[in-house]
Structures are given as C-alpha cells and as structure tokens.
Design a protein around this ligand. Structure first.
Ligand SMILES: [Zn+2]
Length: 350
C-alpha cells in the first residue's frame, strides 16, 4: 500500500470513528437493560444470517441455538452475551458501527429486518432483534459458544470500573507503563472503557492523556479512580433516563453533554478554553489544555507519534486482546520527562 492510499484509508477510518464511535460501557449497559426486559424468558426461534462473515465460530453450529430460551443477558467487556438453554451463549461484539434494532411484532418472514445494513436477525417468538452494521468495513462479530469455560475465552479480563476499589484500580493502572489514555482503554485492564469515555474521565480527573501511568502520584490516582466511577455512573443514569422504556435508537459516542470528547475547538465547559485534539492511529483524543496539561497545547505531530507508538496497529488487535497485562518494566527514577515504554515500539509501516 502506497503512502497516499494509506493516508486516505487512515483518514477514512478517523472519519468513521468521528461519525459513530464504538459503544462503550454506558451504551452496552443501555442495550442490556432494554434486551433484558424484552427477551429474557423468551424463546429464540432461529438466527438468520445476512452477512455470513459476521459469524466467526463454527462449532457449535448456529442452528444449535434455535428453540432455546434466553436465560439472561450480560456484558463481557464491550461484548453483549445472550445466555441460552443447553449451556449455549451468543457473544456479540458491536465494534464501531454494529447496532441493534427492535421489531415487535416481528416483520413478515420474507423481509430483511434492518434493511441493507443488516448482518443478522434474531427471531424470537414475539419479536425480531436485528443486528446491523452501517459501515463498509465489517468488524462486528457473532460467536456461538458452549459452556462457561469457553465463554471465558472471550473475556478480555479487564476489571469492572464501576465496582473496583482504589487499591485494585491503582494496581491495574500501574502494572505496565503506558500513557494513561491507552491504559484506561485497554480491555485487559478495565472493562468497557473506550475512546469517548476515557476522554471524559481524564478531563474530569484533570489529567493529561499522555501522562505515563507509573508516574501518576497518589493524589492523581485517587482523582482518576473517582472520575472513572463518577463519569461512567452518570452516563449510565443519563442514557437510561433519556431512553426510558423505548429501545435504544441513538447509540453514539458523540453526545452534546460530553465535556471534551468530539468537541474539538469548542469551549471547555469548565474553563471555556478551546478543546484540543491529538489524532493518532485510528483514534482522536480530545482534552482541555488549561484543565489537563497546565495550559500547554502539546505539539500535535509529536504527540500523535507518541500515542501511535504506544498503541496496537489496528482496532481489531486492540479489541481482541486477552489475558492479564505483563508486569511493568523497571522505571528509571531519574528524569522528569515521559519515558517511552519498551514494549510499545514496533516497526513503522514502510
Ligand atoms: Zn478546561
């Protein structure tokens, strides 16, 4: 791939992220409560596939879930899990553009609920749940899994940021030395935090997204822990109140009430200074220089490189990461500048 092509596909990815954003913990919780009320105790007649690539498992076969009753729904990182009878689970990862639509009563069997962007339809006895993806890049996925042990293989292992105490939070955050922006969104460290809510959390904690985790002072860890819990809880409550009993229709990581995420050049709601941005890999981080970086607008280019170097190459790599993080490398006690983590270096694309 030539540099121009590469640049334009990166720009397209960034536009995609800006237009949608990946559903994170508050969005997934919203879907879970809507689904719980509608499908638990109901029989799943069958799953229809419209885009065969969405199904990433072959054993057990998809047909095994036909006729099973939904025992519960749960969240596994950013994934949504439907628990069925016969020890079966459907694991759904929406990635960026995956969404659900609800049809009750079910549409006629010959129709394709969700239309052109439909990936699959879950036909229940009383309604149909459409699984859609409004993107040319097909990233959303569906797995059929049998047994809790097999389900654990889909768990990235991140801790629940809503219930974690300060000690466990600090230990998890400082186990590896990375930028705090990266560690907050690492699915192996914390469950369900992505680009949008990490921006909001860091803004509330008044911390630079580029602060190295092993250099966080105790008071900064305390602020970050408090901000993580309060931002996520507030958003879960806000989205629930907004949606009420309706099926969630507007699932996006860009919301007008956000302080900095998606607010480049807009005034920070705390201090009025224009919100800044750092574009890197497939992401954009937003922050307020006055509130978070001591008034310093960090040079976009070098920052982008720094964040890029501290990031896996693709979103797929990131979202499929599993297992506990490695212990933090020894940090040097001298010097005050940021220290590039040894593990984060990788060859640049040629
Ligand atoms: Zn500010």
């Amino acid at each position: 791939m030539g540099p121009i092509q590469e640049k334009s596909s990166a720009a397209a990815s960034i536009r995609l992220l800006i237009s949608e954003g990946m559903p994170e913990l508050p969005d997934v919780e919203l879907y879970l409560s809507a689904l719980e009320r509608r499908i638990v105790g109901r029989r799943l007649e069958r799953v229809r596939l419209f885009s065969p690539f969405v199904l990433r498992s072959f054993d057990p076969p998809l047909g095994a879930v036909s006729g099973e009753t939904v025992a519960g729904v749960r969240r596994l990182g950013k994934r949504i899990v439907l628990e069925l009878g016969s020890d079966l689970f459907l694991v759904i990862h929406l990635m960026i553009a995956g969404r659900f639509q609800w049809f009750e009563p079910p549409p006629k069997p010959e129709t394709k609920p969700g239309g052109k962007i439909a990936l699959a339809a879950f036909d229940f006895e009383h309604a149909t749940l459409a699984f859609t993806e409004a993107s040319k890049k097909k990233r959303a996925s569906l797995y059929v899994v049998r047994g809790e042990a097999a389900l654990r293989d889909h768990d990235p292992g991140g801790l629940d940021p809503l219930s974690i105490d300060l000690a466990a939070f600090s230990a998890a955050l400082t186990r590896e030395n990375h930028t705090v922006k990266r560690t907050l969104t690492d699915p192996r460290v914390f469950s369900g935090i992505g680009n949008a809510y990490s921006d909001e959390i860091l803004h509330r904690a008044k911390l630079s997204p580029l602060k190295w985790t092993t250099r966080l002072e105790p008071d900064e860890l305390e602020r970050l822990h408090a901000a993580t819990g309060s931002v996520l809880r507030e958003w879960v409550e806000r989205l629930r109140a907004e949606t009420g009993d309706a099926f969630p229709g507007k699932v996006t990581a860009f919301r007008p009430e956000m302080a900095v995420h998606g607010k480049y050049r807009k005034p920070c709601p705390v201090c009025g200074a224009p919100v800044q941005r750092i574009v890197y890999a497939e992401n954009e981080a937003n922050y307020c220089a006055r509130c978070q970086t001591g008034g310093k607008v960090l040079a976009d280019r070098s920052l982008s490189q720094l964040l890029k170097d501290d990031w896996p190459r693709t979103l797929e790599d990131w979202e499929s990461r599993r297992g506990a993080p490695q212990p933090a490398p020894e940090t040097s006690s001298s010097g005050t500048g940021p220290r590039a983590p040894a593990r984060a270096r990788r060859p640049r694309p040629s």
